[in-house]
Design a binder for this molecule. Structure first.
Ligand code: SDX
Length: 433
């Protein structure tokens, strides 16, 4: 990545007796950026943007979101088309390499993932150290970071081949680790991956097969699982991706960076919202309780989980597809009249017609319907964010590769507005009041 953006003129900032002219850069689409990199040197002042609501932290060519239109593009392809016509492994190739693979490239790429799904035999002993009732996300944070203790031959971030191997290893091993976190949590024996199953089929079998009988993958479940992975694959510079980039900017190895991303995703305002959204629907219970719940939201007692988004000020396009998946899965393996799905659809209908939500541009996001689908598939709520982290690993690693591959990349080091005590002398304890 270099600064070959199309210049869109300049912006002038007047500060005291200083006037600073800064270049304005244009990307291929979306808002221009005002390049403020020389601002501090010219004015001795910082910009101030906690939460980065008006800040572009990097240049990227991977994913584009238009929050007002509710569009999401991966390397230019709309998420609705990818969810309908592609599959997760192909989307992984697209995110990592920038183009949809040819048939030959796809076969080679899928084979490379399949051949890396197993874990080092010693790795399984990690799980024994956790309590059985440990939250699966706690297990994920701990075990994914530990991968760097096993794969020393792919830790040199300056070697493109090693970067590629660590990317394949992470994409391939996350389902095996996630399934083990689930099996350990429920006290069942681990199930090894199979090379004759595709990515989603393998994961479902590792989660739900038991030694006592053969496991036959339900094709509706496999298609829904694959599509859910695709919907969660990447999402521009969200909190966990920014965490991975910042960790990677120090030169930390990719396994440690992905573990940092998992930790950030766990938060209820981010990836943890899918678990919270289903808990919320269960607490509401029946459609007649919705008006009372909405009043509590307006009184700011709690948030409507699975609603709202920092970027989308329109319907999250992923929520549209997720709602379709919920319909299909409930019809195939669940209850088509699932009361929670009825509550969710009625809650959406009421919220989308209520001025409080309309004026704040609050719409369902990817997490609103995912819990209903995953629950019908047999996953406990504690596994919902684990599945999100499994799918998002490819987005994190693609963004990490893009950053590390940028020769102009520097360590991320934000500054601050300091409001603490100014300099003062130490007071010995006997002289303190
Ligand atoms: C994900 O960034 C990404 O791309 C994330 C993600 C990805 O793929 O990586 O899309 C995944 O994290 C989706 C979001 C999942 N989180 C939730 O569903 C939790 C509930 N949502 C909220 O916490 C909230 O909407 C955020 C955190 C998602 C966004 O918050 P912002 O952008 O900081 O917005 P805000 O808090 O400033 O809200 C603006 C107003 C406020 O009201 P006022 O102070 O103006 O009166 O809207 C209100 C908020 O109180 N508001 C909500 C609300 N979300 C915002 N009110 C009720 N319910 C909500 N869900």
């Amino acid at each position: 990545m270099t600064d070959t953006n199309n210049s869109a003129g300049t912006a002038t900032l007047t500060y005291g007796d200083k006037s600073v002219e800064m270049p304005v850069l244009s990307g291929s689409t979306g808002p221009d950026v005002i390049d403020i990199r020389k601002l501090y040197a010219a004015t001795d002042a910082f910009t101030y943007d906690p939460g980065f609501t008006s800040t572009a932290a990097c240049e990227s060519a991977i994913t584009f979101i238009d929050g007002d239109k509710g569009t999401l593009l991966h390397r230019g392809y709309p998420i609705g088309q990818l969810a309908a016509q592609s599959n997760f492994v192909e989307v992984c190739h697209l995110l990592l390499h920038g183009e949809l693979p040819t048939a030959e490239q796809y076969e080679k790429f899928e084979r490379s993932i399949t051949m890396h799904t197993m874990l080092h035999a010693q790795f399984d002993r990690f799980f024994e150290g956790f309590r059985r009732d440990a939250h699966p996300m706690a297990i994920m944070v701990g075990t994914v970071g530990a991968l760097s203790a096993f794969y020393h031959d792919s830790l040199d971030i300056h070697d493109a081949r090693q970067r590629e191997i660590s990317a394949i290893r992470l994409i391939a091993k996350m389902p095996t680790i996630a399934a083990r976190a689930y099996k350990y949590h429920i006290g069942q024996p681990f199930v090894s991956p199979r090379n004759d199953l595709n990515y989603a089929e393998n994961f479902l079998r590792m989660c739900f097969a038991v030694p006592a009988e053969d496991y036959v993958v339900n094709p509706v479940m496999a298609k829904a699982m694959d599509r859910i992975f695709t919907l969660h694959a990447d999402h521009e510079q969200n909190a966990s991706t920014s965490t991975v980039r910042l960790a990677g900017s120090s030169g930390a190895n990719p396994f440690a960076c992905i573990a940092a991303g998992i930790a950030c995703l766990w938060g209820p305002s981010h990836g943890g919202a899918n678990e919270e959204a289903l808990t919320m629907l269960k607490e509401i219970g029946t459609p007649d309780k919705i008006p009372e719940f909405i009043e509590g939201v307006k009184a700011k007692k709690y948030k409507l989980m699975g609603f709202g988004h920092r970027v989308y000020k329109n319907y999250d396009p992923r929520a549209t597809v997720m709602k379709e998946s919920a319909d299909e899965v409930l019809a195939a393996v669940g209850d088509p009249n699932d009361p929670l799905f009825q509550v969710a659809k009625e809650l959406e209908r009421i919220a989308l017609n209520d001025e409080y939500f309309i004026e704040r541009k609050l719409f369902p996001n990817v997490d609103f319907y995912s819990g209903i689908t995953l629950s019908a598939m047999g996953f406990p709520t504690s596994m919902f964010t684990v599945l999100f982290s499994l799918a998002r690993t490819v987005g994190w690693i693609a963004q990490w590769q893009e950053m590390i591959g940028d020769p102009t990349q520097k360590i991320g080091r934000p500054r601050q507005l300091y409001t603490g005590p100014t300099e003062r002398d130490y007071v010995p304890i006997q002289n303190r009041g």
